[in-house]
Design a protein around this ligand. Structure first.
Ligand SMILES: [Zn+2]
Length: 60
């Protein structure tokens, strides 16, 4: 997956912009639903849902 820069991605849960570290590594995670659609999730939401992808999908 090609990295998207300048925080153009938004968290699928809280809609906050997701940035990148200075190493161009995306902050947060990507979760996939049953259909394989990908959703970016910010670190705050990741933590709020104990990094549980099923819980994060429920929160979408
Ligand atoms: Zn979020």
């Amino acid at each position: 997956m090609k990295a998207v820069s300048n925080g153009s991605m938004k968290c699928a849960i809280c809609k906050a912009g997701i940035g990148e570290t200075f190493l161009k590594k995306m902050i947060g995670t990507i979760i996939k639903d049953a259909k394989g659609k990908r959703y970016p999730v910010c670190p705050a939401c990741q933590q709020k849902h104990q990094n549980d992808k099923k819980e994060m999908l429920k929160a979408l």
